[in-house]
Design a protein around this ligand. Structure first.
Ligand SMILES: [Zn+2]
Length: 93
């Protein structure tokens, strides 16, 4: 199975996973670290409500990185793009 991309804003499960805040527990209690989605290559902020949209790069095993539109065009121009992980797995397995 090869690598493929999923558009983030069209997959609610993926979106929920990516936007889940991290909770850090320490001696004083806990703090919640809010999530801001940024491109793993250029740090550009990724919109989650349609455009400008971002992409998540997967292979069979795991989620590798999150990409903005520009970096997707630059680094992965020919990878297949799906609207959800479920959709991708139908085609890529
Ligand atoms: Zn980028």
């Amino acid at each position: 199975m090869t690598e493929f991309l999923v558009t983030i804003h069209t997959d609610k499960k993926l979106l929920k996973h990516l936007l889940t805040p991290k909770i850090v527990v320490d001696a004083y209690g806990y703090s919640i670290i809010p999530v801001e989605l940024r491109c793993d290559h250029c740090e550009e902020r990724i919109g989650v409500n349609g455009r400008p949209a971002g992409y998540a790069l997967f292979d069979a095993e795991k989620l590798w990185e999150v990409l903005c539109e520009n970096c997707k065009r630059r680094f992965h121009p020919n990878k297949p793009v799906y609207s959800s992980i479920t959709e991708a797995l139908k085609h890529e397995t």
